[in-house]
Design a protein around this ligand. Structure first.
Ligand SMILES: [Fe+2]
Ligand SMILES: [Fe+2]
Length: 203
């Protein structure tokens, strides 16, 4: 599951590079090993829904979550490496992050196929709504329970962002639906015009 082929050859890596790379490998393995990485923003499922999924679908969701996470982490690690002056390492993290996007897309394609723009908007709305109505409020409560005020504040801020994202997607879907409705009327007029012409030919 972990993409080991991207690591530097040992001979080229200095002690710092080796430490950094070992840390990344450990983190990726840790996250991939966790069961609840299966919930992503795009493929949001309830626990009951997950229970009836086939093993392969569950694996695809886990792989999607793992690859997506690896992409985000490598982008973050690239910033750190660049700030510390390790531009070659930063470039490598960014290059690998780009490959992780392709890996994640492969899993996503098998999970959702090639949905229409309307369906994409609906899935995005579902994911963002889940985040601000269920996921982040729960995370905030649990952070408060554990006395982690930073995590609680972060969860509240992220919930607000998710709510804004959901609202923006809803607005886009609304506009798109009005556009589709208008286009349907135009198509109906065209079809009627063709029918009339066809009738005239038959006479
Ligand atoms: Fe990968
Ligand atoms: Fe969001």
């Amino acid at each position: 599951m972990v993409c080991r082929r991207v690591w530097f050859p040992r001979s080229r890596a200095n002690a710092f590079q080796r430490k950094l790379i070992a840390g990344v490998a450990q983190l990726v393995e840790h996250f991939l090993a966790k069961e609840d990485v299966t919930s992503s923003s795009l493929v949001t499922r309830s626990t009951q829904e997950k229970m009836v999924l086939s093993k392969t679908l569950q694996n695809l969701e886990s792989a999607l979550a793992g690859e997506s996470m690896a992409h985000i982490k490598y982008r973050y690690f690239a910033q750190i490496a660049r700030d510390e002056g390790y531009h070659d390492i930063a470039d490598h993290f960014e290059h690998t992050a780009d490959q992780e996007i392709k890996h994640a897309w492969g899993h996503l394609e098998l999970l959702v196929g090639y949905p229409s723009t309307k369906q994409c908007l609906e899935m995005a709305i579902k994911g963002e709504t889940y985040e601000y109505t269920e996921m982040y409020p729960k995370f905030e409560d649990e952070a408060i329970e554990e006395g982690d005020s930073n995590a609680a504040l972060e969860a509240r801020m992220q919930a607000n962002e998710s709510k804004m994202h959901a609202a923006a997607f809803i607005e886009l879907l609304d506009k798109a639906e009005r556009r589709f409705a208008a286009l349907a009327k135009v198509e109906e007029r065209h079809a009627n015009a063709y029918r009339q012409k066809l009738g005239e030919l038959d006479e």
